[in-house]
Ligand binder design. Structure first.
Ligand SMILES: [Zn+2]
Ligand SMILES: [Zn+2]
Length: 357
């Protein structure tokens, strides 16, 4: 049934990583070693207002790992963080979100709203950095699941600081209000979803009493983004490989997962329209109805079909088939027990703009 998938290669990577070029605790060598040791196919580094990794030659393949360098733009009050890829320079001095979103698009780059729904309850000296400019359009996607924000939001008391030692254990799910926004926006135009790590690998305390929170190797075993790339990456052609990755990120051709709940590699989400064509999640809309949406996951889970923001069907197991008989925005969420595991990008079925529901 899924034989068309033979030409599609899934790659798995970590997005939104900080290094010593901004406030991260690791340099490129350490990051590359850690990412290779956990078998990632790509990393996308985003230091604050710095393309230092690109300027110093770290873009390229490090053995099997494709290293992409973008950056994280923010405004002068440290809100509206924006993950930027595929640009040649940092847009220093552009302070208004509307203007930096536009500058990135005009330069042929792509951009994602970073941790847009961030809330923090406990660390008064580490305020949240939400996205506030929701009227702006022209961004390509949203970081729907941010490992760091998810963790910080649950830090409500000094006792809960035990989470410092087990950063991945407490990852729950993306914020529900953000999922709602994503579903609504997708009725206007396609908006890709990614999962980000926001890895900083910080040392806290002093001397004998200091310890490393969020060791990089642990961080890389959390939120991951998986992409479907036709014919896979070519190690001998970095530029084409990077373009394939950025194209798949922009077009939402894939899904994101929490590795802590299980290795999601091998998960397949696709639609087959009534002409028999296979359609991957993402920007390429299907126009023919009825269609079938197929799901195959590497371990059993609760597979939920989300239609226009509402959970409409659930199948327990490692496979599901859903008949799609009316226009709308469809996506899949998979839970294991009560914990969120995998989020597919949406399948738009019909034509834009969709009517409001
Ligand atoms: Zn940020
Ligand atoms: Zn960040």
């Amino acid at each position: 049934m899924s034989s068309d998938f033979n030409s599609v290669k899934e790659i798995c990577g970590a997005i939104h990583l900080h290094t010593t070029y901004s406030d991260g605790g690791v340099g490129y060598q350490e990051l590359i070693e850690a990412a290779s040791s956990v078998n990632l196919d790509f990393v996308a580094v985003t230091d604050h207002m710095s393309l230092g990794g690109k300027e110093n030659g770290f873009e390229g393949f490090a053995k099997d790992l494709c290293v992409i360098v973008g950056y994280e733009h923010q405004d002068s009050i440290n809100h509206n963080h924006y993950l930027v890829f595929g640009v040649q320079k940092v847009f220093c001095g552009i302070d208004k979100p509307r203007e930096y979103v536009k500058a990135v698009r005009d330069a042929g780059g792509i951009g994602f709203l970073a941790h847009p729904a961030e809330k923090r309850h406990y660390f008064g000296n580490l305020p949240p950095y939400p996205w506030t400019e929701w009227k702006i359009r022209g961004f390509d996607g949203i970081e729907i699941w941010n490992q760091m924000s998810d963790w910080m939001e649950k830090l409500r008391s000094p006792l809960s600081a035990i989470r410092l030692f087990y950063p991945r254990r407490f990852l729950a799910s993306p914020p529900s209000e953000l999922l709602k926004k994503w579903d609504l926006l997708n009725r206007e135009c396609f908006i890709s979803g990614i999962g980000g790590v926001d890895a900083h690998t910080r040392r806290i305390g002093k001397g004998l009493f200091s310890f490393l929170i969020f060791p990089i190797k642990v961080e890389l075993k959390g939120i991951r983004t998986h992409l479907y790339i036709k014919n896979g990456l070519s190690k001998s052609d970095y530029d084409t490989s990077r373009e394939s990755i950025l194209g798949a990120l922009r077009d939402g051709t894939g899904f994101f997962s929490n590795y802590r709940r299980g290795d999601a590699r091998g998960a397949r989400f696709y639609l087959r329209n009534n002409e028999g064509q296979m359609i991957l999640p993402g920007k390429a809309a299907s126009f023919s109805l009825p269609s079938m949406l197929f799901v195959e996951i590497p371990q059993r889970g609760s597979i939920h079909l989300i239609a226009d923001g509402k959970r409409v069907k659930t199948v327990h197991g490692s496979k599901a088939e859903f008949q799609i008989s009316k226009q709308g925005i469809y996506r899949i969420e998979v839970y294991r027990k009560t914990k969120a595991w995998i989020y597919s990008n949406p399948f738009p079925v019909g034509s834009y703009p969709f009517q409001t529901v």
